[in-house]
Design a protein around this ligand. Structure first.
Ligand code: PGA
Length: 250
């Protein structure tokens, strides 16, 4: 059985009052509920520490939105994988399209980041996805397949045993345009096939999440697809009620 996961990606939103209230409200929501999925939250780095304390007795996995590609040293402004571990992070996003485009994160840098995470035992959530132009020109599968392949070719199946992939079509992120369940399923099956070419045990057990304007109204149908194991949720993860409803959409 593959793990079902819903991960909330706050991006650069919220403040300390918001973080405290979010934790209190989510804890209240989760207490006594039987969740069908692993609940994960990725706040901005400065709030990881307080949220780690706030969730210490709750079943919520703290996720970092980014990690340095270096282990430590003179890299002003960066946060290392070891520091994330200190904060209680058990997973981290890498290769988010906002980082690939706005911060020039290449596949090579994504691989370096992944190496640093694996050294610390932090699970990587690898984001992949095509732009609108790439989809319209019929290249979506090749683009996404190449992003996945690049990472697969650098690590052994054993190293990748905790890898989660998040398929996030760039044209669906923050736009309110969700990929249809059929479009998403088709790409998820493709991703699983690409992984199967490296290792079938890995592809059978790997959770592949969908991201891109997921909300409480669309989650159920998306998560019902055979190769969609949950979601990476941006905007809708900022409201506890919506986020909780998405977590209940299995
Ligand atoms: P969105 O963001 O749900 O606001 O589209 C998803 C993401 O970028 O992870």
């Amino acid at each position: 059985m593959r793990r079902k996961i819903v991960a909330g990606n706050w991006k650069m939103n919220g403040d300390i009052d918001f973080a405290n209230k979010f934790c209190a409200d989510l804890r209240k929501r989760l207490s006594g509920s039987r969740m069908a999925c692993d609940v994960m939250v990725a706040p901005p780095a400065p709030y990881l520490s307080i949220m780690s304390d706030a969730f210490s007795d709750a079943d919520v996995t703290l996720v970092a939105q980014n990690v340095a590609e270096y282990a430590g040293g003179a890299y002003t402004g960066e946060v290392s994988a070891a520091m994330l571990k200190d904060f209680g992070c058990r997973a981290a996003l890498i290769g988010h399209s906002e980082r690939r485009t706005l911060f020039v994160e290449s596949d090579e840098r994504v691989v370096e980041k992944m190496s640093r995470l694996l050294e610390q035992g932090i699970a990587p959530i690898l984001c992949v996805g095509e732009s609108l132009e790439e989809r319209e020109s019929g290249n979506a599968k090749d683009v996404v397949g190449a992003q996945v392949d690049f990472v697969l070719s650098r690590f052994s199946a054993e190293q990748l045993s905790n890898l989660v992939i998040a398929y996030e079509p760039v044209w669906a992120i923050g736009t309110g345009k969700t990929a249809s369940p059929e479009q998403a399923q088709e790409m998820h099956a493709h991703i699983r096939n690409v992984v199967a070419q490296a290792d079938t045990n890995l592809s059978d057990g790997m959770s592949v999440l969908y991201g891109g304007s997921v909300n409480a109204a669309t989650a159920k149908e998306l998560f019902a697809q055979p190769d969609i194991d949950g979601g990476l949720v941006g905007g809708a993860s900022l409201k506890v009620e919506d986020f909780y409803a998405i977590c209940q959409s299995f």
